[in-house]
Write a protein that binds this ligand. Structure first.
Ligand SMILES: *[C@@H]1O[C@H](CO)[C@@H](O)[C@H](O)[C@H]1NC(C)=O
Ligand SMILES: *[C@@H]1O[C@H](CO)[C@@H](O)[C@H](O)[C@H]1NC(C)=O
Ligand SMILES: *[C@@H]1O[C@H](CO)[C@@H](O)[C@H](O)[C@H]1NC(C)=O
Ligand SMILES: *[C@@H]1O[C@H](CO)[C@@H](O)[C@H](O)[C@H]1NC(C)=O
Ligand SMILES: *[C@@H]1O[C@H](CO)[C@@H](O)[C@H](O)[C@H]1NC(C)=O
Ligand SMILES: *[C@@H]1O[C@H](CO)[C@@H](O)[C@H](O)[C@H]1NC(C)=O
Ligand SMILES: *[C@@H]1O[C@H](CO)[C@@H](O)[C@H](O)[C@H]1NC(C)=O
Length: 495
């Protein structure tokens, strides 16, 4: 008999392990390898668990949005779902097709207040068109672009750029609004003929907005983009929000692709590099300047940066004599570092105020704020990695690799004996499982109400659960898959 440390909220209990049988773990490791060849990857399981959980628990079908985040953020989240449906190896262009169709039917083309708000939707409908191939989505994107051209772009203030909001008395020109316009214009360029525009219509807008943006002075001496321009059309030295470093990154690559080299990609590379070092914690986690006190609006910004960096890496031409390859390698490591931190440190023990919200604000933890926006940002990060074929680094992981969605079962659907407890983080669940030599796998479930449950599948017996944990008998002797239920993941002891 031996005892091991078992982490639990507020106290360290002791898990007594009886009758340890070493060869069982070896047998399970074999299953793990077999699954890895045919099943979804660790990151795919986690991304689908998160995406499908957000849809099941947070999407309001009659409104067509995620009402627990800001309206613009719903547009951003739909962009993510479209990107995710293509990034999965086992992809289906219709995976979230019902969500897109429902949202399309229940939302207006122009549905919010300011010109940045509209353009999250504009960029989302472009990607949704590309993923689904349905023309109506492209037409809606063109309508929103026309609206921004007609009402948002103006030259009276600072010679160009898109107004933040329709506010004639305070015509603020900020970075995010023009960045979104640059990217949307460049992304629409290939479809100009389809929506009856001249062959250079969108490219001209992209170049026009891009040239204004780079000469405006909004990019500072450290290659970081500040919030916007002051009354004298000078850089206002406003906060260098992470999403301001991200929303033109892929747009810049497309400008260089369609207009031949304009140097836009080199500018984008410099800004992304600066963000990865200047807007990161000591541990290397992308960190918002507002730290722990970000409001609901700001809670999603990091995700926007990560995902658009992912789009940029995916679009970058290689072997073109530039520094793109070295840049891509550096950024892939940055994204991988961030996902390792997220999985090990940012999971939440409960998120009752906001329902299903498994990941917190700080990617290097601990989870102190858990909302739809912080979880949507986590989905952005997972999607950025998947879109570029990057998996977390297994070495030193606290959380075990996800085997599949749902409750851990064997080939016939039976469960093993288990010890379970509510409201611990996944990291605590993983540490508890790792500390018990008889543990084979664990399940981690987050309910729509925000309650989390950790279930350790074990070769132990009734009296082997620590104090405060519940024992449940089962008939299986191994775990080979999850049962497919979307709100849980089954994670298996690594080989
Ligand atoms: C792939 O997708 C199909 C259909 O959506 C599903 O039945 C199957 O389980 C998926 N496979 C993996 C490995 O996710
Ligand atoms: C969805 O939104 C509708 C309309 O605002 C509201 O009546 C309904 O209660 C919401 N449903 C849920 C599950 O929150
Ligand atoms: C584009 O032009 C074609 C041919 O002239 C026409 O059939 C179609 O309706 C037009 N589409 C739009 C969106 O104006
Ligand atoms: C912004 O910072 C720069 C460099 O420190 C300074 O020259 C400039 O005056 C500042 N601008 C504003 C609007 O504060
Ligand atoms: C880019 O270069 C190609 C080939 O060199 C040329 O055909 C094309 O017109 C150029 N495009 C632009 C927008 O200058
Ligand atoms: C939720 O988690 C927080 C932080 O770990 C903790 O203080 C709180 O007691 C938990 N609430 C419930 C209902 O378990
Ligand atoms: C777990 O958290 C949920 C929601 O936060 C709460 O309702 C429940 O009472 C908590 N359970 C325990 C055992 O703390």
């Amino acid at each position: 008999m031996r005892s091991t440390r078992w982490a639990s909220p507020g106290a360290i209990a002791t898990f007594l392990c009886v009758g340890m049988v070493a060869h069982v773990v070896v047998g399970v490791a074999g299953v793990n390898r077999a699954q890895a060849e045919t099943g979804a990857s660790d990151l795919e399981v986690r991304a689908v668990n998160l995406a499908d959980g957000l849809i099941q628990c947070q999407y309001n079908t009659s409104q067509g949005i995620f009402p627990t985040e800001d309206l613009w953020q719903s547009g951003n989240t739909l962009d993510t779902l479209a990107a995710l449906s293509l990034a999965l190896r086992n992809h289906s262009r219709d995976r979230y097709g019902d969500i897109f169709a429902n949202t399309f039917a229940r939302t207006a083309a122009v549905l919010d207040k300011c010109f940045d708000d509209h353009q999250w939707w504009l960029n989302a409908w472009i990607r949704i068109y590309e993923v689904t191939g349905h023309r109506t989505y492209l037409d809606r994107a063109a309508i929103i672009h026309d609206y921004v051209v007609a009402h948002g772009w103006e030259t009276d203030t600072c010679g160009g750029g898109v107004l933040w909001c329709p506010a004639p008395t305070n015509p603020y020109k900020n970075a995010i609004t023009t960045e979104l316009f640059i990217t949307a214009s460049a992304r629409l360029q290939p479809y100009a003929a389809l929506v009856n525009r001249s062959s250079t219509y969108y490219l001209d807008w992209a170049l026009n907005a891009w040239r204004w943006f780079v000469q405006s002075g909004m990019i500072d001496a450290n290659h970081l983009v500040n919030d916007g321009l002051d009354g004298n059309c000078q850089n206002n030295n406003g906060t260098t929000w992470t999403y301001n470093q991200g929303c033109f990154l892929d747009g810049a690559v497309y400008i260089d692709r369609f207009a031949n080299s304009t140097g836009a990609t080199a500018v984008a590379r410099a800004v992304a590099m600066a963000a990865s070092t200047n807007l990161a914690s000591a541990a290397g986690a992308l960190t918002e300047p507002c730290g722990a006190s970000c409001d609901g609006d700001q809670q999603i910004f990091k995700g926007v940066f990560a995902r658009r960096l992912g789009y940029m890496l995916d679009a970058l031409p290689l072997d073109d004599g530039s520094d793109n390859e070295a840049f891509r390698a550096t950024m892939q490591l940055f994204l991988q570092r961030n996902v390792n931190l997220l999985l090990d440190r940012a999971s939440c023990s409960n998120s009752s105020d906001n329902g299903f919200a498994p990941y917190g604000l700080a990617w290097d933890g601990p989870c102190t704020v858990a909302t739809m926006a912080t979880s949507s940002a986590a989905l952005d990060l997972l999607t950025a990695l998947l879109a570029n074929g990057i998996e977390p680094d297994a070495a030193g992981r606290v959380t075990w690799p996800a085997l599949g969605l749902g409750i851990c079962v064997d080939a016939s659907g039976a469960t093993m004996p288990s010890c379970s407890i509510d409201n611990v983080t996944e990291a605590d669940c993983g540490q508890a499982a790792a500390a018990d030599p008889l543990a084979v796998a664990y399940e981690y479930h987050t309910s729509c109400a925000g309650k989390t449950t950790c279930v350790v599948r074990t070769k132990g017996t009734a009296n082997s659960c620590p104090h405060g944990w519940s024992f449940k008998q089962g008939s299986a002797s191994s775990v080979s898959r999850g049962d497919g239920s979307p709100l849980a993941i089954c994670a298996l002891r690594p080989a």
